[in-house]
Write a protein that binds this ligand. Structure first.
Ligand SMILES: [Zn+2]
Length: 558
């Protein structure tokens, strides 16, 4: 209707005639395929109807049916109108008539669609003729194996390229891979962010900072990129390894799943062989040298991860993940956090709220607790009052308080008709390692967090916090005041996710961006710090879709 209204306002002499009966998509499609010799008026009318969406017509005069021909509008106005429509509507609009088709060749229309839908701000023409930015773009495209004399030939052909090509052959074609993804890479998982970056689509793997600096920013490295090397032909390049971009492939398997493949894995190899590859990986991934790692158990874990992950050679399958939906009464803003996991280093955990519970789901994982599992679960109905003064340092005192709450929770679950989840809190499994995620418990109602937060507001912000004697922490640089604490459970398991069980612990909320978890049985402490990054195309279409996603990534490693 908006468009129609605008059209009607163009000239007082023109009315607007609208069809009472609108065509369905099938009919429109049929009309689209008709030859151009058909009465153009009819088609334009169809186009106008398509433009104005559903709804009845609007009458400009009392007696004669009003008329309005889009065809009579000046082309610049049509350009303006078309440029404001979603790019996906434009191809069918081009089939309405030859005039529309001609106008849709105007590249400013497509430039605007590229900018508004995908945030592309680059100027194709300027890329071709100006200095500095142009050099940057060229530099990105230099194939190191090709001598400079030939390199002009492998540059993208911007001179003959149009925004329409960029839109249709790159952005629109690969739109389904934009957003956040988790690779299927055994227990390790990961976080891939696929973004539009200039005239590229780039897949960035996000890595936690080096252990144990949870407050440091995330690191990232490109795994693949896609761009137009020539009109209408997108090129996929593998960016893995240290020898520059090389031939790769991206396949969209099905909705919310795609895979990458490297066609030149020899580009991943180093001249120094596996030894050099491992040392390089160790330096990049862990910020360590081989000599740095004294701890034998840690050596094993690190070596195992290298052997396991490097065998994939960037041939991976990815599944979409969403950021958790946020509600006003959440304890803090949900999102992604970096957390300390003992010898496993830093891992990425997603904090989400589910009524009476909050959950930390592993986005990256390890051989004990794989990615997708719920490392911690927080019971927002049960706050924990930390012991006062000197008793704060007394582990036994803290333990007593927590186990009391656990008993209370157990009794409540019995009264409610049994535990929502099986909480195997009893038996010790052999040779367990620090590692935790928790299990979900569906909880109706979502007032839990807000209700729990009220006493806090009354008691004022901040209470002293210090870890009890005997509780180990990777990072001694944890906050010394906290807002409040809750009872929670953390998942621990043996190697290979054997004998997983949920063990009692304390969730410590420090501030909007940091929390901690005390693993009672392990006598260890994890510190979590928010991932401060803005992600596009990562919101769940609905709360149900988010829950579904959580369930899916968990089931894959269970
Ligand atoms: Zn490769």
């Amino acid at each position: 209707m908006a468009v129609c209204a605008r059209l009607c306002g163009v000239g007082p002499s023109r009315g607007c005639r609208r069809r009472q009966q609108r065509r369905g998509p099938a009919e429109t499609a049929a009309a689209d395929s008709e030859p151009d010799t058909d009465p153009e008026e009819e088609r334009i009318e169809a186009g106008a109807a398509a433009l104005s969406g559903a709804g009845g017509g609007r009458s400009a005069g009392p007696s004669s049916p009003p008329r309005c021909s889009l065809l009579e509008l000046p082309p610049e106005l049509l350009v303006e109108i078309f440029a404001s429509l979603p790019g996906t509507d434009l191809p069918s609009l081009a089939q309405v008539c030859t005039k529309f088709r001609r106008i849709l060749h105007t590249d400013t229309i497509w430039r605007r669609r590229c900018r508004e839908e995908y945030g592309v701000c680059e100027n194709l023409r300027k890329l071709e003729i100006t200095g500095v930015s142009c050099r940057d773009v060229y530099a990105k495209r230099i194939n190191p194996r090709v001598k400079s004399g030939r390199f002009m030939r492998i540059l993208p052909d911007y001179e003959h390229m149009e925004y329409r090509d960029v839109y249709t052959c790159l952005l629109h074609r690969y739109r389904h891979i934009l957003g956040l993804w988790q690779p299927d890479i055994g227990p390790y998982g990961g976080l891939l962010n696929v973004v539009v970056d200039g005239l590229f689509i780039i897949g960035w793997m996000y890595l936690p900072p080096h252990d144990p600096h949870v407050d440091d920013p995330m690191r990232f490295k490109p795994l693949f990129r896609i761009h137009l090397m020539e009109r209408k032909s997108a090129t996929v390049e593998c960016m893995y390894g240290h020898r520059g971009p090389h031939n790769g492939h991206v396949q969209i398997v099905k909705k919310d799943e795609f895979s990458t493949k490297c066609n030149q894995t020899d580009h991943h190899r180093m001249s120094g062989g596996r030894q050099e590859e491992f040392r390089t990986w160790l330096r990049e991934e862990w910020g360590r040298t081989l000599e740095d790692i004294f701890h034998e158990h840690m050596q094993e874990l690190i070596l195992m991860k290298f052997i396991y992950t490097s065998q994939y050679d960037n041939c991976l399958t990815y599944r979409r993940i969403y950021l958790p939906p946020s509600r006003p009464d959440d304890l803090i803003r949900p999102g992604l956090f970096k957390g300390t996991y003992g010898s496993h280093g830093l891992e990425i955990v997603m904090l989400s709220f589910h009524g009476k519970h909050a959950r930390g789901t592993k986005i990256t994982g390890d051989p004990n607790i794989p990615a997708g599992q719920q490392t911690v679960e927080i019971d927002l109905r049960h706050r924990i009052q930390l012991p006062d003064g000197e008793s704060l340092r007394d582990f036994n005192e803290l333990s007593r308080v927590v186990l009391e709450v656990r008993e209370q929770v157990r009794q409540e679950q019995e009264q409610e008709g049994g535990p929502e989840d099986v909480e195997g809190l009893g038996q010790q499994s052999p040779q367990r390692c620090e590692e935790p995620p928790a299990e979900p418990a569906q909880a109706p109602g979502d007032r839990g967090a807000a209700a729990a937060a009220e006493p806090l507001a009354q008691s004022g912000q901040g209470q002293p916090f210090v870890l009890p004697v005997g509780v180990s922490s990777r990072n001694e640089d944890y906050p010394r005041t906290c807002r409040m604490c809750f009872y929670g459970t953390g998942l621990i398991a043996g190697h290979g996710f054997t004998s997983p069980e949920r063990t009692p612990g304390v969730f410590v909320l420090f501030d909007e961006d940091r929390f901690g978890f005390i693993w009672l049985e392990l006598k260890s402490f994890s510190l979590y710090s928010r991932v401060q990054a803005a992600f596009r195309n990562a919101d769940a279409p609905s709360p149900q879709a988010f829950e579904e996603m959580l369930k899916n990534i968990q089931s894959l490693t269970s």
